[in-house]
Structure formats: structure tokens, C-alpha cells
Design a protein around this ligand. Structure first.
Ligand code: G3H
Ligand code: 13P
Ligand code: ZN
Length: 334
């Protein structure tokens, strides 16, 4: 089968975008999509805030929506941005590639960037697997960028569940990056996937009785930055889990217990550093679910999907505009 060129789809890799983000002290948004409404919201938000964007596709998204359809949706997204009057740079990125085969399939089929997540393997196995993906990705006619990961995030990553975080060891990063040749490195400094990032007993209470999670390990991030000056760093698991939206879900029949995320001011601090890609998925899920639950509980007779998916899409767009403008600093950088 003939390879699909991401450049022909109008997509870009992350090289220039990361360089500008590291130099400019902001982070690019990496938002996951699985369906049309999520993609519309992401593009509308990024066009309106004039932000470059990384569209992320997980294995779960490929299984849910079909890989060919997702790639053509990304192509459509590039054209949609143009039609909206702002041709923002768009990256199509494989999120948490679990093995060489899925990375190769994406590289051959129009992705401009892939993540090979070898973080659950031994250090040596992680290096060998990551290097193999990098060699393949970088030898294509169109250079495909590769994100590796060192350190393990607690929570669920596709099918892999980790009970506890294992922080990235700063003394390993130079060796890992030079042996693998990755273009960016995802690290573990206290973020985790999903809506329950901390247990209440790990948190303190502020004066309003709101749970405050333990801070991210900025000391580890600083050590990593010292060892790899100017190298693009990635943060996964960076949803903030807005409590107002959790309340909307729970007061409309939902049951999200002890949902706690990463406070926005910590993400702002990370974005100003060498962290140049911040992954957010759960907040989008929460925003959409809150909107759908609200419509369906206020209008129990409603059965037109556009009447609940439309408000869900609008809510998603608003939260992503807010992140670009007030958290990541990517607004105006397209
Ligand atoms: O890191 C995980 C992302 O939120 C994607 O989640 O594997 O359920 O699509 P998913
Ligand atoms: P959240 O679950 O915090 O949104 O993280 C998403 C993510 O890291 C996708 O790779
Ligand atoms: Zn992730």
C-alpha cells in the first residue's frame, strides 16, 4: 500500500512548533478527538484564539472511530480552519503508541507525529523500542516527529493501568534522548490520567474547604531542564477537572466521586518552562458530559442528538479557548 504523506494532508510535524514554544515560554495544546463534535470544537477554539494545535488520536480512538476516517477528519480539519479564515498549524499525533506496529501504521498513514510509550518496559527495552520507532519515523520522506516517555504516570493509559507514579529520574534523560534520538520527551512529575488524579487524603483543605492537591515536582522538572537545555518536554495527564462542571454532572444524575485535577496555576508555571506540549482529554470529556446531562435532564423529551451534542460541542470549545488563552499561553501563536 502507498504511504500517505502528511504534508499532502496539510499537516505539520512538531519541530518548528516546539522550538517556538520553548523559546516563547508557552505550551501547545494537545487535545484528543474521537468524533466530529470534538474535532469541530477543537478547531473552532484554536482558530478563534489563533493557536497552533496538536490533534491526538489514541488506540482507543482508532478502535472507536476507524483510523482512515480519523485521518480524513484531520485533513478536513485543516480545510475547515482555512474556511474559518485562520489556517492554523495542525499536527496529527498518535497518543500513547504501545508498540512499533501501531506507530508504523500511523507513520505510513498520514500522521505527522507519534508517541511511542515504552514507559512500562525496562529502561533498556524502552530505549530499544523508542530508537526503532525514531529510526523509522525520521527516515520517511516527510520527517515524522517522535515523542518518547521516561517515568510512569499513575492511572490508565489505554489498556495499561499503573497504581502509582514513578517519577522521571533526571540523571537518565540525557542518555535516553541521545540513545533514542526522540524529538520530545514526556516526563512524570506528579500528573496522571483521568479525573481522579489524587486521593482526598493526599490533599490539604484551603480556607473555603476546597481540596488542594500536592504540587507537581517542579524540582525534578528543573533538573531535567538543566540536563537537557531547550529540549521539548511533554506533560501528560494535565486536566484540571473543573469543580463547577463536576457539580453540574453530579446534580444532573451523575456520580463523579473525589474528582481532582491539576490546578491551572501549576500548568501555567509548567507552560512557561521547557514544557511545550500539554495533554488534555478528561476536561473535555467532563465539559461534554456536563452539557449532555444538563440538556437531557432539563428536556427529558429531547431525542435529536444535535440538541445535546451541539451544546456539548459549544461547552468543549469554551473550555479549550480558556485553556489556550489563560493556561497554556498558546493563543496568538499560530
Ligand atoms: O491518555 C489517555 C487519553 O486520555 C486517551 O484516552 O485511551 O480512553 O482514548 P483513551
Ligand atoms: P488527562 O486525562 O489529564 O486529560 O490526560 C490526557 C492525556 O494525557 C492524553 O495523553
Ligand atoms: Zn497521556
Amino acid at each position: 500500500m502507498c504511504a500517505v504523506s502528511y504534508r499532502e494532508l496539510g499537516l505539520v510535524n512538531t519541530v518548528e512548533l516546539f522550538k517556538k514554544a520553548v523559546d516563547g515560554g508557552y505550551a501547545l495544546p494537545a487535545y484528543n478527538f474521537n468524533n466530529m463534535e470534538q474535532l469541530q470544537a477543537i478547531i473552532q477554539a484554536c482558530v478563534e484564539t489563533s493557536s497552533p494545535v496538536i490533534l491526538q488520536v489514541s488506540k482507543g480512538a482508532r478502535d472507536y472511530a476507524n483510523a482512515t476516517l480519523l485521518r480524513n477528519m484531520a485533513k478536513g480539519a485543516v480545510e475547515y480552519a482555512k474556511e474559518l479564515g485562520n489556517p492554523i498549524p495542525v499536527v496529527l499525533h498518535l497518543d500513547h503508541g504501545g508498540d512499533f506496529e501501531i506507530c508504523k501504521e500511523c507513520i505510513d498513514n498520514g500522521f505527522s507525529s507519534v508517541m511511542i510509550d515504552g514507559s512500562h518496559f525496562s529502561y533498556e527495552e524502552n530505549i530499544a523500542l523508542t530508537k526503532k520507532v525514531v529510526e523509522y519515523a525520521h527516515s520517511r520522506n516527510d520527517y515524522v516527529t517522535v515523542e518518547g516517555e521516561l517515568g510512569v504516570l499513575a492511572g490508565i493509559e489505554d489498556d495499561v493501568v499503573a497504581e502509582k507514579s514513578t517519577y522521571t529520574q533526571p540523571e537518565e534523560v540525557i542518555d535516553f534522548v541521545s540513545k533514542t534520538g526522540v524529538d520530545s520527551l514526556a516526563i512524570s512529575i506528579g500528573t496522571s490520567h483521568g479525573a481522579n488524579k489524587f486521593k482526598p487524603e493526599q490533599c490539604t483543605l484551603d480556607e473555603n474547604g476546597i481540596l488542594v492537591p500536592p504540587p507537581l515536582r517542579f524540582d525534578i522538572l528543573e533538573e531535567i531542564e538543566k540536563n537537557l537545555p531547550g529540549f521539548p518536554i511533554v506533560l501528560h495527564g494535565s486536566s484540571s477537572v473543573p469543580q463547577d462542571l463536576v457539580k453540574v454532572i453530579n446534580s444532573n444524575g451523575g456520580n463523579l466521586k473525589n474528582a481532582i485535577g491539576i490546578p491551572e496555576e501549576q500548568l501555567r508555571r509548567a507552560a512557561a518552562s521547557a514544557v511545550c506540549k500539554i495533554n488534555i482529554d478528561s476536561d473535555g470529556r467532563i465539559a461534554m458530559t456536563a452539557a449532555v446531562r444538563k440538556v437531557l435532564s432539563e428536556k427529558p423529551g429531547e431525542f435529536d442528538p444535535r440538541k445535546y451534542l451541539g451544546p456539548a460541542r459549544d461547552a468543549l470549545k469554551e473550555i479549550y479557548k480558556h485553556k489556550n488563552e489563560n493556561v497554556l499561553g498558546s493563543a496568538g501563536k499560530a
